[in-house]
Write a protein that binds this ligand. Sequence first.
Ligand SMILES: Nc1nc2c(c(=O)[nH]1)N[C@H]1C(S)=C(S)[C@@H](COP(=O)(O)O)O[C@H]1N2
Ligand SMILES: [Mo]
Length: 406
Amino acid sequence: MERRKFITRSSLATLTGILGIDIVFGNLLPEAYIPLAIQETDPFKLFNLDKDMLVLNDKPWNIEAQAHVLDDKVTPNSAMFIRNNGKIPEHIDFENWTLTLEGESVTTKKIFTLSELKSKFKHYTYQLTLECGGNGRSEFNPPAKGNQWTIGAVSSAKWTGIRLKDVLAEVGLKPNAVYIGYHAADTHLSGDPSKEPISRGVPLEKALQEETILAFKMNGEDIPLTHGYPLRLIAGGYPASASGKWLNRISVRNIVHDGEKMTGSSYKVPKNPVAPGTTVKEEDMRIIESMPVKSLVTYPKSGATLSINKQLTIRGHAWAGELNVSKVEYSIDFGSTWSSCALEKEVNRFAWQHFSAQIQFPQKGYYEVWAKATDSDGLSQPMLVPGWNPKGYLNNACHRIAVKVV
Ligand SMILES: Nc1nc2c(c(=O)[nH]1)N[C@H]1C(S)=C(S)[C@@H](COP(=O)(O)O)O[C@H]1N2
Ligand SMILES: [Mo]
């Protein structure tokens, strides 16, 4: 009789990590057997999602929040949008996971194990806002190809990890270093192992900021598999595509990183405004860096019915890429007049800020509450969809909710 092959210790740990609970008798699991709970195809169970999350795509998974799901000051795992360009890596051996630092502008190429990274460098926790560059794409006309995000491809969770700058100091940078690029363990949808689904990066100045971290925890727990377990680059304030999940290699470059989705028109917008539908040449585009000012009304839920006898307290969050938000205003008369909201300071740089306001409606009827944030450079959100661009990025138009006052 053939000897039964038992599952290895590290893959058992991965399965336990995915399930979030101990597998009793896990040592008796046959090697190629996938527990039923992981074969689950219902994304709400698979990712433990809030019931009001919206699934845009299943292959790959792309899932967004609705505004009211994002009401918490710190985004819980269940409300975090999911954006995958390729296939989630299936076999994560976290005990043998390594991060390689290499590239033409690194002084010494080095390979670190996860435990080396965790023990060698100091840990920091920051709340960091990550918004997909394509959030709001569904409103552009003519429409842009890609995920038709409405408003929910944004999150602001607490991330714990080590500073990328500390790791870069350890390996040393050559004077010609200008950019870092990430590489990760997810695989291309075509199944071609020579292709990467995405390999983006950030300019060296961004890589050296204190808040740019290599994270291994999200909201105090191991990062959920779909959000990049066991290691993720986090660059708050930049389009979330710069924050590489399942990170296994960082390349220090002497040129702007030219990995997958750094070239062509990916994550780029025209340098100058163009008429809707224009074809724009690559040299007339710029790479998106700091995201524009934006806000969301997270309470009440759009469509709420309220009593005329009571004041309504609205609340939400505002963020402005690498800048601060200096004010948030609301309007109940379709943008004719604006009143100011109370605005809290950010808990740290690149975390979103909370606002609230008390509204007394003048009479019964239908209203819309519009919110408008202004950044520390004085730029405000547009009331309508801003500059059209070929890929439908950076729609930071005012968020609007409907309310019925009875
Ligand atoms: N390795 C890897 N990193 C990635 C991606 C990916 O597909 N693979 N998607 C990027 C994009 S486009 C976005 S918007 C964010 C989404 O992060 P989330 O799914 O944790 O919300 O991850 C970024 N990092
Ligand atoms: Mo994205």
